[in-house]
Write a protein that binds this ligand. Structure first.
Ligand code: ADP
Ligand code: MG
Length: 682
């Protein structure tokens, strides 16, 4: 079995499992080897039930005296129940739709039950506990168990078995980095690191494995960006772009004045465009800082100078939104500049019409998703390429878009708060500008963390805001009910919400599994105020702009990284009305409330990222991964800042001696492999 063989070559992986794994983005043996655990489980020593343990995951050693009782509930669920005795403390156990368990429980015997302990009406309870024979439990307790990201219908055991098979039968290369680097940095081999990441002997070895893989990922990322940028930077700027009075006139006609930072960044871009060399610039601006208008004004100068300018967004919803904004702005400006849109879900005839527009107009504005870089798409004289929400794209996508033109200027925009030094390392020769201040009309978003008991108060608040003519986002972690967690899902939630509000409001539902055209429709309805509430997964996280929405309520907020919560919160507070963010904490863990409380202290993305890191500490690397942070599988630029610096220095050293990697053919081919594996992240 080879790294690039299909996963169905794994013994025991049939058609059904293949389909489910595909859903998780796993297609090849390499994919499954790099499909790392979400977290790890160490089974605890069995304990005596105590009220202090309520709501935690525990194991108990309990004797059962009778056979389990089975019955059918009113909603036609098969329920199995039994009481286990830990000494003389009774614990009521129940399982749903799991009648097959019945035969594995023998009256009189002791079993170990593992699950979440609850306490209700004076009795301890456990719902859906796992069952172990005591000897088996002793065995399993010694090992660190990997827990994988799951999808409905695909359990942890199935993935675990498939990973084991792949590890045993696939020939994983020992090393992919030049040997002296492996030695200098004291790394374990690539194959050992992968093995250890899945099945660590100890947490120490897990840390080493992770560091090695994180280093490698960042090494290739940096190597690639340095190689790209060195070539781009030295190109003379042959575009004749000038700053136009019409751009200033339009800017003056806007309903708002640009902030100082916006003007400064726009000046930076303008001097790039009119400079001696082709430029590359990273614009960092926190959510809501107004990056879109800056992009538009820069693109306007380019179009007025007789060239094309393109902006690429990571989602259809966002591309569509930019398109509508741009069409509006062009109309308001009274200028005659065509605007084209390309997204994956457009009909062939629509795409053809847009392509015609691009072909027939020397100067125009082009907007799109990664459909912009698809085969067959061609542009005229493309002088400026902007990528919005840069961290959502793989390295390659950006490069492919610029390769559509003849070395255009490049601007990348990101809301990810990265300290300047890290940004310089990650983006090499790229210049960095920041928009730090928010527009003056913004009131700070008021944030609160609440518990389940306050749900009705929260809903009352939601109705009050709707009564004022405002709109509301509600975010749930899941699309549909899951067997493995009790977190809220948009499908059931929206139904419950309709009942709660007695159909008084129009409620939209949005999630990543919908077809792009459906998503666009739901977003359009919300933007046009046809719906008052939008129940959504984190797909609204990136860039969506509906200034009339003033409340965002986030269910199971404890399950999200703070960076993601900050992005989500940025969906409100985009107009001049007071906005609110309600974080529903469904965990009773004290650390989770501490973490969520950071959100109360600040609206500043930099501050939040730093505090989050402090609280997690360097040891807790699997607690909460910052979501949406570049497209790294393992690395996290904050946690692995040391490795990032090491990788950067090592890349510099290599390129100093061999600027185009001509004497390092092996490294070049590994880099190509690495790039081929970069995927588009949504
Ligand atoms: P982001 O930086 O998150 O992409 P957007 O570009 O979507 O932010 O801007 C958010 C909102 O703020 C938009 O409605 C935009 O029109 C508005 N906006 C941008 N700049 C200003 C400004 N200087 N003053 C007031 N509102 C502004
Ligand atoms: Mg944006």
């Amino acid at each position: 079995m080879e790294m690039l063989s299909n996963i169905d070559t794994i013994k025991g992986v049939g058609e059904k499992t293949t389909k489910l794994l595909n859903k998780l983005g796993v297609y090849t043996i390499e994919d499954i080897l790099l499909f790392f655990p979400r977290t790890y489980l160490v089974y605890p020593e069995p304990s005596i039930p105590d009220k202090d343990m309520v709501n935690s995951l525990v194991s108990i050693s309990g004797r059962i005296k009778t056979s389990p009782k089975s019955f059918r509930s009113r909603n036609r669920m098969d329920i199995l129940s039994i009481t286990a005795f830990v000494g003389d403390i009774p614990v009521d156990l129940v399982w749903f739709n799991s009648n097959y368990i019945k035969s594995s429980l023998e009256p009189g015997k002791i079993y170990i039950f593992y699950g979440r302990l609850t306490f209700d009406k004076g009795r301890f309870k456990m719902s859906q506990p796992s069952i172990f024979e005591p000897e088996k439990y002793l065995e399993i307790k010694k090992r660190i168990q990997p827990i994988y990201p799951l999808t409905k219908g695909l359990g942890n055991t199935t993935i675990l078995k498939a990973v084991k098979e792949a590890l045993n039968h696939c020939c994983i290369p020992d090393n992919r980095l030049p040997e002296y680097l492996e030695q200098k940095n004291g790394f374990m081999s690539y194959s050992d690191a992968i093995r250890t990441y899945h099945f660590p002997d100890s947490f120490d070895s897990l840390v080493s494995a992770r560091k090695r893989l994180a280093y490698e990922e960042m090494f290739f990322f940096i190597l690639n960006s340095r190689l790209q940028e060195d070539t781009a930077v030295s190109f003379p700027n042959e575009f004749n772009i000038i700053h136009h009075k019409e751009t200033d006139d339009f800017r003056a006609s806007l309903k708002f004045a640009l902030t100082n930072d916006q003007s400064k960044v726009l000046n930076d871009i303008t001097s790039d465009l009119t400079g001696e060399y082709i430029s590359q610039r990273l614009i960092q601006g926190d959510v809501g800082s107004g990056k879109t208008i800056v992009a538009f004004l820069a693109m306007l100068d380019v179009a007025l100078s007789g060239y094309q300018a393109a902006i690429m967004a990571p989602t259809e919803v966002l591309a569509k939104q930019h398109y509508e904004t741009f069409v509006n702005w062009v109309k308001e400006s009274g200028l005659d500049i065509p605007v084209a849109l390309f997204t994956g879900s457009m009909k062939v005839s629509e795409k053809k019409a847009m392509q015609k527009l691009v072909d027939e107009n020397q100067s125009c504005l082009i907007i799109g998703t990664h459909a912009l870089i698809s085969e067959g798409r061609s542009f005229g004289d493309l002088a400026l390429v902007i990528t919005d929400e840069q961290h959502r794209f793989g390295v390659q996508q950006r490069d492919r878009l610029s390769s559509k033109g003849n070395h255009p200027h490049i601007v990348v925009m990101s809301a990810t708060p990265i300290p300047r030094t890290l940004a310089m390392i990650l983006y090499g020769n790229m210049h960095v500008s920041a928009i730090k201040e928010l527009p003056a009309n913004r009131l700070p978003i008021k944030t609160c963390v609440i518990k389940e008991s306050m749900r009705s108060t929260a809903y009352k608040f939601v109705s009050d805001e709707i009564a004022k003519g405002h709109q509301v986002y509600i975010i749930c972690p899941l699309v549909e009910a899951s067997e493995t967690t009790e977190a809220q899902n948009v499908t059931d939630y929206s139904k419950k919400l309709k009942e709660h509000f007695k159909d008084a409001y129009e409620i939209g539902v949005l999630h990543g599994k919908m077809k792009p055209a459906e998503k666009n429709q739901v977003m359009a309805d919300f933007a046009e105020h046809k719906t008052q509430i939008l129940v959504s997964t984190t797909v609204v996280e990136v860039g969506v702009n509906v200034p009339n929405a003033t409340v965002i309520m986030i269910e199971n907020a404890n399950r999200f990284g703070l960076a993601a919560l900050h992005q989500l919160r940025g969906r409100v507070g985009r107009g001049d009305a007071q906005s609110y963010c309600i974080l529903m904490n469904s965990s009773s863990d004290n650390n989770q409330s501490k973490r969520l409380n950071i959100m109360l202290k600040s609206n500043d993305g930099f501050y939040i990222a730093r505090e989050d890191l402090k609280l997690r500490g360097p040891g807790d690397m699997f607690g909460v991964r910052q979501s949406g942070e570049f497209s790294f599988k393992v690395a996290d630029i904050y946690q692995d800042a040391d490795e990032l610096e090491m990788a950067s220095n090592d890349v510099d050293q290599i390129l100093k001696e061999d600027p185009a990697l001509e004497n390092n053919p092996d490294l070049r081919s590994t880099l190509n492999l690495f790039l081929a594996n970069q995927f588009y992240v949504l």
